[in-house]
Design a protein around this ligand. Structure first.
Ligand code: HEC
Ligand code: HEC
Length: 325
């Protein structure tokens, strides 16, 4: 009988030790989980800024335009469009500014450069060359090389210049979040990557040729060769420089007014003035877009091309616009 009681006592002691041990492990692990999440503290939305706009305001713009109806952000949202959590780290501010200003078309090298120069001038980014920028942001480099000038599926949501800066501030903030590896990298075998890359290439080639259209015609194939007419050269400039992303040639309204029928027409400006769209007006509109704002269109969305174009390029572009009756 007493040996039975002894056994009971032993078992109880063992049970108490095990429970005590478990509680100890639980406390230690709990402490560890707190230190881990402390390291994952979010950056402050009022502290992260871009060109005078806070990430907080960017978050409001992001929500107001329902970006998450199509995109994912830190795992939330819809899967119709790419994840945006780390897009700032991949592509940087100049590519994002160029893309968000004309979301219907992927930015070309030239238009990223114009946006980069603008950001440098306004002090929003430190001095750098386009090549250094593209080396720092490989996502911008690959997008420019693979998709520059290609039509994009993203709708034109009509952002103001401040909306765009605020969105960039917010995307900068989300890039700083410690997401523990989200979004995951796709692990695919080399053969699958190769096959998809070939498919994409043939598709983007198709779209690209649709956008650049008759440019491939024999008389302008020299891309600046002596035989090219000013009109053909001007047309080529408007595609390479990204003007075509914001200005249609068929009368439809994109981000900016259509070029069709522009030359010689009467343009109503903000403030009630009306001007004739002659050579001087168009030239000024290209070099200093904010000097006159066309009524019903946003200010500061068109980048200023002053300093990046030669007189010849400008006059070719004007010849081309003139030809679009
Ligand atoms: C109606 C759906 C839709 C909405 C709303 C939308 N987008 Fe997009 N967005 C797209 C699609 C589709 C693409 C991919 C374009 C393509 O592949 O042609 C895209 C691409 C992008 C890209 C480039 C991504 C990359 O990896 O190259 C950015 C940046 C972006 N969107 C930002 C935004 C922001 C910011 C908002 C909200 C202000 C927004 N989008 C709202 C559909 C949408
Ligand atoms: C990111 C979009 C964007 C790009 C790129 C862009 N523009 Fe514009 N452009 C606009 C907007 C918006 C307006 C209207 C607001 C204003 O007057 O500045 C405009 C206005 C103009 C006007 C005045 C039009 C009128 O009806 O009076 C001309 C001319 C013009 N742009 C030419 C160009 C040329 C040439 C290029 C390329 C070298 C170019 N734009 C690139 C957005 C753009």
């Amino acid at each position: 009988m007493s040996s039975f009681i002894e056994k009971e006592k032993k078992a109880r002691r063992a049970a108490i030790w095990i429970i005590g041990g478990m509680i100890g492990i639980w406390i230690v692990l709990s402490i560890f989980s707190f230190t881990d999440s402390a390291a994952r503290k979010r950056p402050d939305t009022t502290q992260v800024t871009f060109a005078g706009q806070t990430a907080l305001r960017g978050k409001q713009v992001f929500q107001a335009y329902n970006c998450m109806d199509c995109h994912t952000m830190v795992g939330n949202g819809a899967y119709f469009a790419p994840d945006l959590t780390k897009i700032y780290d991949h592509t940087g501010p100049a590519w994002l500014k160029a893309y968000l200003s004309s979301p219907g078309t992927y930015p070309t090298r030239a238009i990223v450069n114009v946006n980069l120069q603008e950001l440098i001038q306004s002090g929003a980014v430190g001095p750098t060359t386009l090549d250094d920028y593209l080396a720092k942001y490989p996502g911008a480099k690959s997008r420019v090389e693979e998709r520059g000038g290609v039509q994009a599926l993203m709708p034109n949501l009509g952002f103001s210049a401040d909306d765009i800066k605020a969105l960039i501030a917010f995307l900068k903030y989300s890039s700083k979040l410690n997401t523990g590896g989200w979004p995951p990298k796709v692990i695919a075998s080399q053969s699958v990557i190769q096959r998809e890359a070939e498919k994409l290439e043939s598709e983007s080639g198709l779209i690209k040729s649709r956008v650049t259209g008759e440019l491939k015609s024999p008389n302008s194939s020299g891309a600046g060769g002596a035989g090219s007419s000013p009109i053909a050269l001007g047309k080529e400039q408007t595609i390479n420089l990204g003007c075509a992303a914001c200005h249609s040639v068929d009368g439809s309204k994109l981000v900016g007014p259509s070029f069709k029928g522009l030359f010689g027409s009467q343009v109503s400006l903000d403030g009630g003035r009306t001007v004739t769209a002659d050579t001087a007006y168009i030239r000024k509109s290209i070099l200093e877009p904010n000097a006159d704002i066309v009524k019903g269109f946003p200010k500061s969305v068109m980048p200023a091309f002053g300093g990046t174009l030669t007189d010849e390029q400008i006059s070719d572009i004007i010849q081309y616009i003139k030809s679009l009756k």
